[in-house]
Design a protein around this ligand. Structure first.
Ligand code: FE2
Length: 291
């Protein structure tokens, strides 16, 4: 099979833990994905948000960690909100387009637009180039990062949250807006993937806990901004430390992310994200007819 990535991109991936693929998504497809997000947001405005959605999502405080809204979102498409989107009585206090933090976590399996996009040939070829043997599409998110309100995502690596033995998780991050330092683009520590994860976030009982593996803090001075244009895909290794700042601009910074694991590895039973038997994980192939 001819390689999708060129030698330079493969070298960059191995050396630095990520690859920036400009023009990965055609402008018309970016437009279709953005239109689909607008449609979902409009539905929330017209019909109201689902029961329980006043839950606040904040990775800075991790107050969501004990929340069943989060823990039970593995096989649904569910909205999560910015801090301050609701008052103490659960009333929404900012407009919907500024209130949403993200949608998660089974958009790739359930959405009529993001589903086919997540299983296109380029995606499968990219996974193949990155060494996947039995790729499984584990989770997906639409990340809003609204202007002036979009919050920080603290420096972390995704393996800490989606642990397999051995480590296999890889993230694909798609810019649906131009991402800049001002509107909260991704930052990463080049080469940081060669060091192990500092923490492990896992389920314990009905809640969660974070195990400290290495207490050395990330050196935030090592982070470099990954400013990219809409349509770019950034593929990043599961051990790559990454971070994004609050959106301090007047511009939105919409993104879509997809995380893959390899079915040849063991997905730990105390990871927070556990699919029900109604929606088993799938690779890039078509839906089996038996289902
Ligand atoms: Fe992440």
């Amino acid at each position: 099979m001819p390689r999708f990535l060129n030698a330079e991109q493969i070298d960059h991936w191995e050396r630095y833990g990520y690859a920036v693929l400009s023009d990965f998504v055609a402008p018309a497809v970016v437009g279709a994905l953005r239109a689909r997000v607008d449609e979902i947001v409009s539905k929330y405005v017209e019909e109201g948000v689902p029961d329980g959605a006043a839950t606040v999502f904040s990775t800075t405080e991790q107050t969501h960690a004990q929340d069943t809204w989060f823990l039970e979102s593995a096989d649904v498409v569910r909205p999560f909100f910015e801090n301050g989107a609701f008052d103490s009585n659960g009333h929404q206090v900012v407009p919907m387009e500024l209130a949403l933090n993200k949608l998660g976590h089974a958009i790739h399996d359930l959405d009529p637009v993001f589903g086919p996009f997540s299983r296109n040939d380029a995606m499968a070829a990219l996974a193949d180039d990155l060494g996947f043997v039995e790729p499984l599409l584990l989770q997906s998110m639409v990340i809003f990062k609204p202007p002036r309100i979009g919050s920080e995502v603290v420096c972390h690596c995704d393996h800490s949250f989606l642990w397999t033995e051995p480590q296999t998780v890889v993230g694909f991050w798609f810019a649906l807006d131009n991402a800049t330092v001002e509107n909260g683009c991704m930052w990463a520590i080049p080469g940081g993937h060669t060091k192990g994860p500092r923490t492990r976030f896992r389920k314990v009982g009905h809640g969660t806990t974070t195990d400290l593996i290495d207490e050395t803090p990330y050196d935030m001075g090592d982070l470099v901004p990954l400013e990219v244009e809409a349509g770019t895909c950034i593929a990043f290794h599961g051990c790559l430390p990454h971070w994004s700042a609050p959106n301090t601009s007047d511009q939105p910074r919409l993104a879509y992310t997809l995380h893959l694991i390899d079915g040849t590895a063991e997905y730990l039973s105390d990871n927070w994200l556990q699919r029900s038997s109604n929606l088993p994980l799938r690779g890039f192939g078509p839906l089996p007819e038996a289902r």
